[in-house]
Design a protein around this ligand. Sequence first.
Ligand code: SF4
Length: 229
Amino acid sequence: MGGFSYKDIYIEDGKRVLEVNILPEKHCNFDCIFCPIGRSYNKVDTPQSFDEIDNSLIELESMIENNKVELVFINSKGEALVNNKIGDIIDLIKSKGIPVRLLSNGYILGRDKYIQIANKCAEVIGEIKAISEEDFQKIQRPIEGYTLEEYISNMILFNKQYKGKFILEVTIIKCYNDTEESINKIKNVINKLSPDKIIIGRINDERFMKKLGISDKRLYEISKVLLNI
Ligand code: SF4
C-alpha cells in the first residue's frame, strides 16, 4: 500500500520517533559518489508527482495514530522536498499535533517555494560535505550549474529567516575535507550559518569506508575543533 516506507519506531531523547521515506525511488539533485542509496537516475530539483499519494497519506495517518508517535522525521531516498505533496504531508502530520523534522541536503532551501514548506517544520537538517568547488563537482555531482558558493548561501538565506531548529550535518571525507585548511573553511561556513546544532559524521558505509573513511582519532580531533566554535 502506498509509496512511503518506514523504519521501526525508535526512542530519541525520550520521544517516540517515526522515520518516513516519502520517495518511492531515489530522486536527488546530487549524485554523490558515496551515496548509500546508489546512483541518481532521477537528478531533479523541481516538484515531482508520484502515484498512490492518497493511499500513502492514509497509511501515514494510521502509522502516527497506532504508534503513539511524538516526532515524525522525513528522511527520504534523496531530496524529500521534490515530492510535490510534501506540503500536504507535513500539514497532515502537524494536524495530529506532531512536530516534523525534515532532512534536506540543503541546496534548494534558498528557493521561495521550498522555504515556505521547510518553514512548516520544527527542525530542518542541512548538510555540508565537500568544501571546495572542485570537490563539490567531483564527489557530489550536482545538477549542472550548481555551485558550492550558492549551496552555502542558500542555507544561510534559509536559516536567517527560519524560526525552528536548524541542524547542520557535516560529513568528514578522507582526502577531501579532512585537512586543517578544509576544517578552517568548514568552521567559517558554520560561523556564517549559525546552526542550532551541529552533527559531525564520517562515511560509514562499508563499501566506501576504506577509501573515504577517517579514523576514530581524526574524527574526534575534528569534532573537538568544530563543536567548540
Ligand atoms: S545528497 Fe544524499 S541522497 Fe543525494 S546523492 Fe548525495 S548522499 Fe545521496
